[in-house]
Design a protein around this ligand. Structure first.
Ligand code: DUC
Ligand code: ZN
Ligand code: ZN
Length: 477
């Protein structure tokens, strides 16, 4: 009896045999033992009993992806509707090898921050296929919000938020940014910055529109790299003035990358994120007949081939810390998406954003790791480990180690697959990456020890995903 009890106590929930385990620092071959949602053994030839055994057959096994930037069920002010809610967005993410998403909870002016967070919890509760945390977006910087609500939510598990330097509904001026940064510095929060110069965008937009230049391609003309670089340089100065780190989101161009690299070299605490649209799309995608270019309208816009090369370099040399999707999906067809103001309306009326939750990791794995632009450790670093560290989820998430959540992805490599929107699981009618060939795709996706996707089949029901409180970032000190 005692033997039986002991044996039962030792029973594992899952063993993954013959895994080529990759973290942000190591690659080693072993079996992975999982019990009670966590990794409990990393060992050659685990002999214990297990309820389930999977043979990875020598394939790469990586920590589940963390997508640190996506927009799900976020209300818009222009009548458009974000195409994915927490159900469809997290399902799509799961198929693409992501086991944690961090969408935004937006505070519009006048909103109480606690109420905003509660509202997003209601949207997400019972709907998610994978785990989730929240970033807030702070657009109202009244005294009460800065001195009471913001410090309180940071302590409660929402230790990172985004601010905007553009968009009428959201933008903060320099003085407001200084106020926000000084509070964030004190409370040890991560401030994510959307850096584009609002006045320049407005000036260029009015000029273009007055000349009748309104088709989608002028979106890119109205938001050139100079205005991203200007705002980036300015925000670096504000960060230095307040001695508070900032994280630049969706960085797209050579000049902004140079500004960030320079600041990092001088020892300023500047972090940066880039996204698939800046590696795999160029601005000529916006220059197509009829309204087709609207599919690629996002901000900042896709740039040139030369900028893409600089983005790759920035990933290689460590300028970029995070690679996220910035999944912000709008339907191409119908009146609630890209077409909300009509196909003949100005580019400035087209909702900004592209989908990308499911394709983020396969695109980077294929063109980055398989084509030898980056190591597999770098891949894990920017898609999982560093987002976990920066957003206060490490080492629960972001690595394969004893005691970490068993969020694991077994990768199929050396395949020949063409991205087709009909095969994706998001709720939007196009992908900007249609027909791009990839050579790697997640075969098995495991979240907290549960096989959630296997060989293209979903194995769990919605509601499996759990909220993850964020601790204080390892990068703010
Ligand atoms: N910024 C984002 O982060 N996402 C979509 C549009 C934008 O401007
Ligand atoms: Zn943004
Ligand atoms: Zn975004």
């Amino acid at each position: 009896l005692i033997y039986n009890i002991l044996n039962l106590l030792q029973m594992l929930d899952l063993i993954i045999k013959n895994a080529k385990v990759c973290t942000s620092s190591d690659v080693f071959v072993c079996d992975i033992g999982v019990q009670n949602k966590e990794i409990v053994l990393l060992e050659k030839n685990i002999n214990q009993k297990s309820k389930e055994i999977l043979d990875a057959d020598g394939k790469y096994v990586l920590p589940g992806g963390i997508d640190g930037h996506c927009h799900l069920d976020q209300p818009m002010k222009d009548g458009s509707v974000i195409a994915d809610n927490f159900e469809s967005g997290t399902k799509s993410a799961a198929f693409g090898g992501t086991t944690t998403v961090i969408p935004f909870a937006v505070q519009y002016k006048g909103d109480n921050l606690r109420k905003v967070i509660q509202d997003y919890h209601k949207k997400a509760e019972g709907q998610c296929y994978i785990d989730y945390a929240f970033h807030t977006i702070i657009s109202d910087v009244s005294n009460k919000i800065l001195h009471q609500e913001l410090p309180a939510i940071i302590k409660d598990g929402y230790s990172h938020f985004k601010i905007y330097m553009t968009y009428d509904d959201l933008k903060l001026n320099d003085r407001e940014i200084l106020d926000v940064l000084s509070i964030a510095g004190k409370e040890k929060a991560v401030v994510m910055v959307h850096a584009e110069n609002h006045e320049c965008i407005m000036w260029l937009t009015e000029k273009l529109e007055s000349e009748g230049k309104i088709s989608p391609k002028y979106h890119a003309v109205s938001r050139p790299d100079i205005i991203e670089a200007e705002a980036t340089n300015r925000a670096i100065s504000l960060s230095r003035l307040t001695k508070t780190p900032v994280l630049f989101v969706h960085i797209s161009s050579k000049e902004a990358i140079e500004a960030i690299r320079n600041a990092q070299t001088k020892g300023f605490k500047i972090l940066a994120e880039t996204c698939p649209q800046y590696l795999f799309l160029t601005k000529d995608k916006l220059d197509q007949k009829d309204f087709e270019g609207a599919k690629y309208v996002c901000s900042p816009p896709p740039r040139t081939k030369e900028d893409q090369i600089e983005v790759w370099k920035g990933i290689q040399n460590g300028t970029f810390d995070v690679f996220s999707s910035d999944h912000c999906p709008f339907f191409y067809e119908g009146k609630k998406g890209k077409d909300v103001k009509g196909k003949n309306a100005s580019f400035s009326k087209i909702p900004n954003g592209c989908p990308g939750l499911e394709t983020r990791l396969p695109l980077l794995f294929s063109d980055g790791v398989m084509n030898k632009k980056i190591s597999i450790n770098k891949f894990v670093e920017i898609t999982s480990a560093k987002p976990a560290k920066i957003y206060g989820l490490y080492p629960r998430k972001g690595t394969i180690a004893i005691g970490s959540d068993a969020d694991l992805v077994i990768w199929e490599t050396g395949i020949n697959k063409t991205i087709k929107n009909k095969d994706l699981h998001h709720n939007v009618d196009y992908t900007p990456y249609e027909n791009i060939k990839v050579s790697a795709w997640p075969k098995t996706v495991i979240c907290r020890g549960n096989i959630i996707v296997n060989d293209g089949k979903l194995n769990i029901s919605k509601g499996f995903g759990e909220f993850q409180k964020s601790g204080i970032s390892e990068y703010v000190y």
